[in-house]
Design a protein. Sequence first.
Length: 153
Amino acid sequence: MTGTAPARSSIRRMDNVAIVVDDLAAAKAFYTELGLELEGEATVEGGEVDRLVGLEGVRSDIAMMRTPDGHGRLELTKYHSPSILDGDPHAPANVLGGHRVMFAVDDLDDVLERLRPHGAELLGEVVQYGDSYRLCYLRGPAGVLVALAEQLG
């Protein structure tokens, strides 16, 4: 049989990445300082939510943060019930299922200075990658690794 393969369904875009936090206000402040904008907030609960996430008795507050270009979003989620399970907030960058989010920034040094009062800690050091980028990894709310990239030239 010849001809073209049947059309396959494909994704349209990545809508968001969700991060579970224990302090929603602090996480919103951190990501706002980074340059994300609060798009909206809601409390979610009920049978549909329970079935969706495979837990019982879910009640959580969410804050949707949007990048300035409107294309990227972080969903910050604070679970009130069931209780949050502890993870390792100091897990290294090579942990299985690693959780790192990278943002392009105009001035890496300025962003670092603004994030330090919000608890940001460098994981290693700021490095220059060839003539292309200055990069760093830092630890943000809930131990999430946040990478910053400043394009050079």
